[in-house]
Structures are given as C-alpha cells and as structure tokens.
Design a protein around this ligand. Structure first.
Ligand code: SF4
Length: 689
C-alpha cells in the first residue's frame, strides 16, 4: 500500500469526492501532491476525472484550520485540544443533565471514513444516550434507499460498476452522469460507442448524456413517477412482462397492477408532456432488451415523491425480470465518496450499523451487550427534524462533523437561524466553513490523505485508504478526537487504529461479518454483505431477495403533485445540481487553483427562448427570487435548458449566490430528504453586459 523512493512516497488512496470510489496511488514529496496514478482500482481501472486527478490543492490551502477554536465573548480564540475538548465535554454534560440526552444531536459526515461514522453513532447512542444521529444521505440518497428497501430489501446498488457495461440497455433518470459520476459515464459511453448497448436518458436538461442517448425523454418537472408507471403498465398490457420471473420471485402483482389504473396513456401524456409514441417506444426498448439497468440520482430523489419514484423504478425492473444477472438492476448513484458507508455504519436515527433496526428488541439487546451499555429505544431525529427541534427549543446542542449544513441544507436562512440559536454548536472541519462560523467550538479535522480508514462506494465496495502525509498543524483525524471526547464523557474506549473499530463493527453487524483490514489490504476490496468466511457479494439477488420469503415486493405508489408550483409572481422552474469541476458548495474544489480558475463561481442557465422573451443577454447579472430569498448570479444562455426552466449549479459558497437560500423546507414524504428540485422563482435582470 505504500512505497518510498528517496523523498518520494507512493500511497494507495481512495478519492475523497464522489461515490464512484476511484482508487489510485498518490505520489507525494512531503506535503506536495506530485501525481495521481490510477492503475488497478477495482471501480475505476485506470480512469479518474478532473477532481480526483487535480483536486487536491485544498489539503494545503492557506486557510486550513490547524488549531482548535473556542468562542469567547463573541470571538474565536485558539485553544489547545485538551481545553477545547474539556469545554465540549463539560457543556455536553451540563445540557444532558438539565435537558436529557435527546437535547443533543450529532450529524456525521459522508466525507469521513466508515470507522468515523461508526464512532459518531456510538458516541450518540452508547455515550450520550440518544438516537439523534444522521448524515448527509438525508439530503440526497435516502429516498433511493427507501425505494430499494421497500421492493428488494438491500439499500445499495444491485451489482458492480463493471456490470453496468454488460447491460443491453441503460436507463438514466435524473442523473447528469457525465458530470456527477464521470467514470461511470465513461463506462456507459464506451459500451455504447462499441455498439454493445443503448441508453435512454430522462432529464430536464439536454446535458452530455442526453445528447448522446438513443432516446432522450424530457418530462415536465416532478413527473418521472408518472412516465415510469405508464411505461410499466404498457409493458404489462402488451404481454411483455417477465411472467416466469414474477411468478417465481415476486409478490404483490395483483395489487400493483390495480394501482396502475391511474397511469393510462392519456393521463401520462397530459401530466408529463411526453408523447404517446415516446412512451410506447420506451416500453418497447425496455421490454425487448435482455438486460436492463437503471441509474438514477438527485433528479429523482430530491422531490416530495422521491422515495415513491425510486420505488417505481424498482417496480419496473421487477416487472421486466431485471434483477439478479450482470447488466441488470437498480443503481442509485451515491453522491459523496462515503455517503453509502456513513449510512451502512449506523449514522442514521432509526438504524444501527448494518441497517439493523433500533425498533427491534433483539437487535438492541445484541448491540447493548457488545457495547456494555443500554442502547436507547427512543426513535432519533433526522437532520431535518433536528433543525425543527432547534427552532422548537428541544434540541440544544449539535455536533457537526464535516458537513456544510448552513449552505447545503434546504431553506438555508431557516437552517442558519437554527445554528445561530444553539446553546452549543461543535463543528469539526478543514476550514472555517459557513456552518463553523456559528460554532462555539471548532475542531481542525484531517482530510483522507492525512489519515487511515475505509470508504464504501456506490457499488457497496469497501476500500482502504492509507496515510500519505502527517496532519497539518494540530489537525486530527475525526476518529482520534471522537475517542478523546467519548473518554472525557466516561466511555473508556481504547481503539488504537481504525482497524480495531472495523473489527468491532464486523462483530456486531451481520452484513460486515467477514470484513477485516487484512482482507482489505492494498487494492483488495469487499462488497457487502460479506459472509464470515470473507465471501462478498458483487451481484445481489442472484437467488433470493433480501426479505424473509426471499421474494421481491411490487409496491404500489401514487403520484402527488408537488406543493411548490409556479404562479404569476414566481413563474420559472429552477432546477439545480452539480458541475463536473466543483464538488457541491465547493469548499474543497474552490481551494484548488486550476479548478477555481476554470469555474470561478455559479451561473444560471437560461434557455434561448426565455432569453429572447425577456431580453436577457449572455453574461447579464440577474437576481433570482423565490418565496424564501434571493441570489445574484450571471446568466448563461444555452440550449441545455428549455422554455421557462432554469438551472443553477449548487457551487455557490456565500448566501448571495447559494441555491439553498431559495429552496423550501418541503421534503420527501417518506424520508425527509429536502425537495431541492421543486422550486419556483422569478428572474430580474440587474445589468446588461
Ligand atoms: Fe472518480 Fe468520482 Fe473521484 Fe472523479 S470524483 S476521480 S469519478 S471518485
């Protein structure tokens, strides 16, 4: 995993950006990152994208936090780790003594390691005594997980990234894959170019994948569930369903078929704006393909019906027999490098590690025995509920690990008001982020290159990363300070290495039974569930679905019109998402000189029709106003968007340009993931170049 020649060291690492989980050697000389060398990554082979290859400037950015900060009389003062952690422990103890353990919440990070997510949830449950623990999958992928839990049982991709290339047909819904998951897009593009597969894209924007697709569907905003259900109904009506698969492996067919009565062609064309021919062609392409997989992302999940649309995707795959073989199945594309792992290892209010439910007495008893304390049975709060609980005065202390809540959570003004009103806010981060600016104590964290651990990528693959350089200044790995804080609160933890944390997680969670650091040495990896003998599961559902009966479940889902609608005052629909060069709000990528130079800030994409109608010139400074707030950005006139639809990338760092100043507090009905994509605004031209 590590080779040193002279002053140059080669260290195996895993990319810290997106959920593809590219692994590569990083060549360093001291703190200088000289080269990224991908050669044998199990997810990426020799590929990376611009972020993995060049996006490491943030590690040595001049404004890295290098000492703890404690707020005294309104101002931050530098402090020793001992003083900072004593302050946190003392104030947490006092809040718990006065208001009980549920007055405290912890938000773990999907940028941190599996071991750090595990320790964060253990700190909440076993030390503080609350299930108020969550992570940023609440902002993105929880609805996809819910759709899979309902229908097939495991909340993860059905197969491996390499399996996607074996599909005859790839259906991409609400995912700008070429920019958000570039290495997966490369696999899809290569198979297509070599004539091995076709692909369909359903999206609001004509992005690169849409341009290349064999069929591009452009439904009205928020209506994916409608066309998915209508296409499934057509397949059944035309006798093209896989009846032997349904008979042998699936439950609930009759009730499901009844639910499709609401999705006749006339209704579907009226609601989605797609033509009957498009829907029939889509049904035929899916039914005739031998192996179909569906990739989806935030364009599906970040709606009030995100879980239901994810369920509709899985229903379609079940009706057509597309699970359990290479090139088939559901692939929710996880956003952050470790958003999968943060949930897998229990940083969720309702699940212990390995998705073992808190509500189950036997499960709680098992973990109570392992930890030697009583695991609380009271249901915990998710991120969204924690913000409401702060406003209500019942949540008084929050520990935030590496999450920029103040900018990335929806309705940012409401969130920032909550952060500013806490009795105690502790933030661990690389930088004095917007969120950290509200903190009482700020802890300087170490990025992946400065520590060891494991990440789990979108295909459930657990991979080790190794320390390539020492932490900068007094920065510490999160697992180190989590242990120090827990011990100040009386825990008696003695982990000396992340491998010891993984061993404990494997002893508790059935899906990690055979995971250990030796089996993960170097470029070795394991895809959960992993049996005790180390046998892993690259492809799920080959014989059984993850329910007691072994059979999958077709689940009826309704379509409900989104709450946020355009009207005379807010007459434009604003979509939002990623850019290739930046990662989310850009706290890391803006600190990489080349990337910041190429893409210095956000812009709003305006259609050619709207530009002509409102006299908006390319480059004009415009103001976007929603029912919650306003931002100012430059207009980019493009044919990627159409009509009265706009697109604002999410890489705004300040309140003046951040999309979440505009978004609302409405959420997915099942998971509380914010409906970021349901947003009405008006546009005002401020100046004209
Ligand atoms: Fe790979 Fe994603 Fe990192 Fe790009 S950002 S190198 S696709 S893991």
């Amino acid at each position: 995993a590590q080779i040193r020649r002279g002053l140059v060291q080669r260290t195996k690492t895993v990319c810290t950006y997106c959920g593809v989980g590219c692994s590569f050697d990083v060549w360093t000389r001291g703190r200088d990152v000289l080269r990224i060398a991908p050669e044998r990554g199990p997810a990426n082979g020799i590929s990376t994208c611009v972020k993995g290859k060049f996006g490491w400037g943030f590690v040595d950015a001049p404004d890295r936090l290098v000492r703890p900060l404690v707020r005294r009389e309104g101002h931050f003062e530098e402090a020793s780790w001992d003083d900072a952690l004593d302050e946190v422990a003392g104030r947490l103890r006092a809040i718990v003594a006065e208001h009980g353990p549920d007055a405290v919440g912890i938000i773990a990070s999907s940028k941190c390691s599996n071991e750090e997510a595990y320790l964060a949830q253990k700190l909440a449950r076993a030390v503080i005594g609350t299930n108020n623990i969550d992570n940023c999958s609440r902002y993105c992928q929880s609805p996809a997980t819910m759709g899979l839990w309902r229908t097939v049982g495991y909340g993860g991709d059905a197969g491996s990234i390499s399996d996607i290339a074996a599909a005859d047909l790839v259906v991409i819904v609400g995912s700008n894959t070429a920019e958000s998951h570039p290495v997966i897009a490369t696999r899809v593009k290569r198979a297509h170019k070599e004539g091995r597969s076709k692909f369909i894209v359903a999206d609001l924007r004509r992005h690169e994948m849409a341009e290349r697709a064999d069929l591009f569907l452009r439904p009205r905003p928020g209506t994916d569930l409608v066309w998915l259900a209508a296409v499934t109904r057509l397949i059944i009506e035309e006798g093209l369903a896989d009846t032997s698969f349904l008979d042998e492996r699936v439950e609930g067919f009759d009730a499901y078929v009844e639910s499709l009565a609401a999705f006749d062609l006339a209704t579907a064309t009226r609601l989605t704006g797609l033509s009957e021919e498009q829907l029939r062609l889509t049904a035929r392409m899916i039914a005739e393909a031998e192996r179909v997989c569906v990739l989806w992302a935030m364009g599906v999940t970040q709606h009030e019906g995100g879980s239901d649309t994810s369920t509709a995707i899985s229903n379609l795959l079940l009706v057509t027999g597309n699970y359990g073989r290479p090139g088939t199945g559901a692939y929710p594309l996880r956003g952050h490098n470790n958003v999968q792992g943060a949930s897998d290892f229990g940083a969720m209010p309702t699940y212990l590690p390995g998705y073992e439910p808190i509500a189950d007495d036997e499960v709680r008893q098992k973990w109570s025995t392992l930890w030697g304390v009583e695991v609380p049975d009271r249901p915990g709060l998710d991120n969204h509920q924690m913000i409401d609980a702060i406003h209500a005065g019942s949540l008084r202390a929050l520990v935030v690990i590496g999450e920029e809540l103040g900018i990335v959570d929806a309705n940012a003004t409401y969130v920032q008001e909550a952060l500013g009103s806490l009795e105690l806010l502790v933030v661990a981060d690389l930088f004095l982020s917007r969120t950290a600016s509200f903190a009482d104590v700020v802890l300087p964290a170490a990025p992946s290159l400065e520590k060891e651990g494991t990440f789990t990528n979108t295909e459930r693959r657990i991979q080790r990363f190794y320390r390539a350089m020492d932490p900068l200044g007094e920065a510490r790995a999160d697992w180190v300070w989590l242990c120090d804080l827990a011990n100040r609160l009386g825990a008696g933890w003695s982990y000396d290495h992340p491998g010891a944390v993984m061993a404990e997680a494997a002893a508790g969670a059935a899906i990690f039974a055979g995971v250990d650091y030796e089996r993960l040495e170097g470029y070795a990896s394991l895809q959960w569930p992993v049996a005790a003998d180390g046998t892993d599961s690259p492809l799920l559902y080959t014989e059984r679905f993850a329910f007691p009966s072994g059979r999958a479940r077709l689940v009826p889902v309704p379509w409900v019109e989104p709450t946020e609608q355009v009207d005379d005052d807010f007459d434009l629909h604003l979509n939002n998402g990623r850019l290739l060069e930046h990662f989310h709000e850009g706290n890391m990528t803006y600190r990489t000189a080349g990337i910041a130079e190429v893409t210095p800030g956000p812009f709003v994409e305006v259609s050619e029709e709207l530009a002509a109608e409102r006299h908006i010139r390319d480059g004009a400074l415009v103001r976007l106003v929603s029912r919650r707030g306003a931002v100012r950005v430059r207009a980019l006139v493009t044919d990627r968007v159409r009509g009265h639809e706009l697109y604002l990338p999410m890489n705004g760092r300040a309140n003046e340009e951040a999309v979440n100043v505009l978004t609302s507090s409405s959420t997915d009905r099942a998971t509380h993931t914010p409906a970021f994509k349901e947003l009405a605004v008006r546009l005002e031209v401020l100046d004209d170049p």
